[in-house]
Design a binder for this molecule. Structure first.
Ligand code: GLU
Length: 507
């Protein structure tokens, strides 16, 4: 088990462009990136689009945007080029065809001519005889004449790997150690389809070879295919990369892989996003997401859970990657995100808060945003929390809360109304409408009228913001300004008066 290989370190992230980037994919990319950066190697982005038969620039754009958002920069790839390109598999088809043919010519692979209906019949026959499912290898040893006869019928073959029929394939994995596979249980896997497109198995081995990939860090789901890949490397006579199969990120309840089709939920039953785009929309910071993902299946050491990517680059090695799969802990993500939000310079936070506010339909004023950012900073788990906490600052028109929400515990409506009147009077008499002066005056008032300060503050908060949970009261009123604050307090008092049917007190 070693990170070391004599070759220069070159890792790759090789997603299939489906139009979205899975959070687990981002984690795989991150581990490859950390490993490359730790070793001063190169990190390559390769697009594995042979299944789709078409290059989809939209999907690629989304993928690259997600990676860029996270700060995982690549040294070679479809957009930046590099000495081993092209980096999109559908642009490399002739290479795969050439090497598939090389395998056939060297008796390591063979053309297999069955029609889909014939394959289905074989599958059913094997099933009915309780034999391992798949393909019965009937075209493995055709004579040249038999092949020519099939060709003459116009049949287009697939190319299959000639798996050894006996013995074991032993693969040394940097995380799992020696993993043994019985060859007799493996299939003669299809390498090239009849339309000339390679399967993943062939394409990635050819690419990993020609792109001189030294280490393959990929999801453990690929482990069952490793014997096929290993035999392919042997068949070609090429030096395989070091394999490291990463533990899979499971649903929070520890059951099953996180998937959009069956959305994961947190302990409260809320749906947890699966796609990186959804995390961006939900108001998570890239630095928090990466720190969080790095803690799933790897550990920094020293029990440390909070670290920058620069620290992680310095520390990263494969020996602290777990073999066992790990559950996704959603509460840890919110916790970390809150920490990273609190560490942001206020200007950056303000800039980041603009988008969720605008998405919620608010027109955002820069000055006001700069004043509000420090007030919400310590209260947020995600950037989107700004909408609930401080959206009221940006309403075109103030929306007061219903009057019955004004009285606090132990206060009658009439007491509340009177308290509002007195608070208004005291606040209008202040020399400076600073939060310090307001607070001193309101504490004194609470004492005078015999209510708890917190109760009086809550009355004023509901009155001035229209909501029970918001930014700190006195700073909020300072930002709203004296006139607007007093207007709202008067409005609340008037609403309560109407509610209890008593006339509004003249000032
Ligand atoms: N295209 C494969 C995937 O998206 C890549 C697997 C690998 O890294 O080898 O899962």
């Amino acid at each position: 088990m070693t990170d070391n290989s004599p070759r220069p370190v070159r890792t790759r992230f090789a997603p299939s462009p489906t139009g979205s980037l899975h959070i687990g994919g981002l984690r795989t990319a991150m581990f490859n990136w950390l490993f490359a950066r730790h070793h001063n190697g190169r990190f390559i982005l390769r697009v594995e689009d042979t299944d789709q038969k078409r290059y989809d620039p939209q999907a690629l754009r989304i993928l690259m945007e997600g990676m860029r958002w996270a700060g995982l920069d690549w040294d070679e790839g479809p957009d930046v080029g590099g000495p081993y390109g092209p980096y999109i598999q559908s642009e490399r088809l002739t290479l795969y065809q050439k090497w598939a043919q090389w395998l056939v010519d060297n008796d390591k692979a063979y053309p297999s001519y069955e029609t889909p209906a014939e394959l289905e019949a074989i599958r059913k026959d094997l099933e009915s005889r309780k034999l391992p499912p798949g393909y019965n290898r009937q075209h493995r040893d055709l004579t040249p004449e038999q092949r020519a006869a099939f060709e003459a019928q116009g049949r287009k073959p697939v190319i299959r790997l000639k798996m050894p029929l006996e013995g074991e394939t032993i693969v040394n994995d940097a995380i799992h150690g020696d993993v043994r596979f019985e060859n007799a249980r493996q299939q003669d896997t299809v390498l090239l389809k009849s339309d000339g497109f390679p399967t993943y198995h062939l394409a990635h081995v050819v690419d990993d070879h020609f792109m001189e990939i030294s280490h393959v860090l990929r999801a453990a789901e690929w482990m069952p295919s490793v014997p096929v890949h290993w035999q392919l490397w042997q068949a070609f006579g090429w030096e395989p990369p070091v394999y490291a199969h990463l533990p899979v990120m499971l649903n929070p309840n520890g059951k099953g892989k996180m998937s959009k089709r069956n959305p994961p939920r947190d302990a409260k039953g809320n749906i947890i996003p699966v796609l990186v785009d959804d995390y961006i929309q939900a108001g998570y910071l890239p630095e928090a997401i990466l720190n969080f993902l790095a803690n799933i299946g790897w550990n920094f050491g020293d029990e440390r859970e909070i670290f920058t990517m620069n620290d992680a680059i310095e520390r990263f090695d494969l020996s602290r990657i777990n073999q066992a799969n790990s559950a996704f802990p959603p509460e840890k993500l919110d916790w970390l995100n809150g920490i990273y939000i609190r560490e942001l310079p206020v200007e950056r936070l303000a800039a980041l808060l603009r988008e969720p506010l605008e998405r919620a339909g608010f027109k955002v004023d820069d000055d006001r945003l700069m004043k509000i950012a420090p007030l919400v900073q310590i209260r947020m788990k995600t950037l989107n929390d700004v909408v609930e906490l401080a959206g009221f600052f940006f309403h075109d028109e103030f929306e007061p809360a219903p009057a019955d929400q004004l009285p606090q515990k132990g206060m009658t409506a009439e007491q509340t109304r009177a308290a509002l009147e007195q608070a208004g009077a005291a606040l209008s008499a202040l020399e400076n409408f600073t939060h310090e002066e307001q607070e001193a005056a309101m504490r004194a008032l609470a004492e005078r009228i015999g209510v708890k300060p917190s109760a009086l503050f809550n009355v004023l908060r509901v009155a001035t913001t229209g909501q029970a949970v918001a930014t700190p009261l006195f700073e909020t009123m300072e930002i709203l300004g004296r006139n607007e604050s007093l207007r709202r307090i008067q409005l609340a008092a008037a609403q309560l008066a109407a509610l209890i049917g008593s006339p509004v007190q003249p000032e």
